[in-house]
Unconditional design. Structure first.
Length: 135
């Protein structure tokens, strides 16, 4: 490939800056394939949604323990269960009563989950449109 440049032809044709640009294009293509399968695989979008919810849950657990929002008798599993419930609610936009949970969701995490929700809805619609338009 152009950014590796192991063959002489690639080294002569592509200079150093061009190779760096091709590296970034290749990394973008790999990231896109990982997130939504380049529009070909609907399951990848769902896997990415689950991964995002788990990531938000982990962030909430670390935030809760750092801020001392969990009681001393709470185990890591019960803290993760609370964080998982909150992250699913935040990601899907389901309203919840914040007085029922001792863990409070920071504004930054709430904004991130809202943005992720709308991005994944767009990706899912795009993947579905691509898959149904071929039939």
């Amino acid at each position: 490939s152009a950014f590796k440049g192991r063959e002489d032809w690639y080294r002569k044709k592509y200079s150093g800056m061009d190779r760096v640009l091709f590296l970034f294009k290749w990394m973008q293509s790999m990231f896109s394939g990982l997130i939504w399968g380049n529009g070909e695989k609907p399951a990848r979008v769902l896997y990415s949604c689950v991964f995002t919810v788990l990531l938000i849950s982990l962030l909430l657990v670390f935030y809760g323990y750092n801020e001392g929002q969990f009681s001393s008798e709470d185990t890591i599993y019960s803290g993760f269960a609370v964080a998982f419930k909150l992250s699913v609610s935040e990601f899907l936009g389901i309203p919840y009563d914040s007085d029922l949970f001792n863990l409070k969701v920071p504004f930054v995490i709430s904004v991130f989950s809202s943005l992720a929700r709308y991005i994944f809805i767009g990706l899912l619609v795009s993947v579905m449109f691509r898959s149904f338009s071929r039939r």
